[in-house]
Design a protein around this ligand. Structure first.
Ligand code: PYC
Length: 323
């Protein structure tokens, strides 16, 4: 009987998991000149590994993962995956990976690190005390508002704002979708969010900076009043338990463009299980007539355990998601 093994260290960032693959992936499925190329090669040649580690029975419907890869442009290269595919950037995942690798001695105990992601280079600041990472902040890639897309939800017109923050987000007021973020049951957000993502992507929004099509991967349902709250739905209906790192960047960018957030002013965004990220806009510029921000977001992660996963050749079930 043949057995393949994969070693992971798992973290959670404000309740949201990141399964970090340390060993077991064939090196020739990770080749490329950039982290994006390495991710694309993995996607083309070893997507079964993603499915095996993210989906049931070894993962679950809301599992999230990261694969550290070599780079000579930064201290660390990493790409991100979920039960359904890949994201170019992930804030909670980045906080989890940096926390785990610094605490395990696999990254230098340096307060300043750079990380190459498929979305680009990200600067990271690490607060460490007694060998424990207390907080990780990242300055995301450039973020900007793309456009407002009018869609109909159950015959009712809804205004959806498309924001690039390392991934394309459709940001919408939860009330306008008929859901509340006050409920303990965040699963009520899933169907309306997936319907909205389909409608928005059918409308083919454009990225005003690159001129390319902006394909939305995540929907951010928002509520304000008693502080900023959000619930981000992505992949095939996964709910981010954290406030979502890149989603928080999208939110900060919208606040800034709407004149509600000055450069340097700090805000906290709370996610569906009550955990919060803090953020601010560190700088702005203009590209192609569009206001571009540099959002900084910070949060805390914890290592939850280590795994060695097996796949034996007599295990015919493989991996699956429940339809
Ligand atoms: O933290 O950026 C994030 C994220 C994206 C999807 C899930 N989490």
């Amino acid at each position: 009987m043949e057995r393949t093994e994969f070693t992971t260290v798992d973290t959670h960032t404000g309740g949201e998991p990141t399964r970090i693959v340390l060993d077991g992936i064939e090196a020739d499925t990770l080749t490329g000149a950039t982290v994006r190329e390495r991710r694309d090669r993995f996607k083309a040649t070893a997507d079964g590994v993603r499915q095996l580690l993210m989906q049931e029975p070894r993962g679950h419907a809301d599992m999230f993962g990261a694969v550290p890869v070599p780079t000579d442009r930064a201290d660390l290269g990493v790409f991100f995956m979920d039960t359904d595919g890949y994201l170019d950037m992930c804030g909670h995942g980045l906080i989890g990976v940096v926390t785990a690798l610094v605490e395990r001695g696999e990254l230098p105990e340096s307060p300043e690190l750079t990380v190459e992601t498929p979305a680009g280079l990200v600067d990271v600041t690490v607060e460490i005390a007694d060998g424990v990472v207390r907080r990780v902040a990242f300055e995301n890639v450039d973020s900007y508002v793309c456009e407002t897309v009018p869609v109909e939800q159950d015959g009712v017109p809804v205004e959806v704002r498309i924001v690039y923050a390392g991934n394309y987000f459709a940001v919408v007021d939860a009330d306008s979708l008929g859901v509340t973020l006050d409920s303990e049951d965040a699963t009520q957000c899933i169907e309306p969010a997936l319907d909205l993502r389909r409608a928005v992507n059918d409308a083919a929004p454009e990225d005003p900076v690159t001129g390319a099509r902006a394909t939305v991967s995540a929907v951010e349902l928002t509520a304000s009043g008693d502080g900023d709250r959000s619930c981000v739905v992505f992949a095939d209906g996964s709910v981010d338990r954290s406030p979502c790192g890149t989603g928080t960047c999208a939110r900060l960018t919208l606040h800034h463009v709407d004149g509600d957030l000055a450069v340097g002013e700090r805000v906290e965004v709370t996610g569906p299980v009550g955990s919060a990220f803090e953020g601010y806009i560190s700088d702005t510029s203009v590209d192609n007539g569009v206001t571009v921000t540099s959002p900084v977001v910070s949060g805390t992660a914890h290592i939850t355990g280590e795994h060695t996963f097996y796949r034996t050749d007599d295990d015919t079930l493989g991996s699956f998601t429940l339809a």
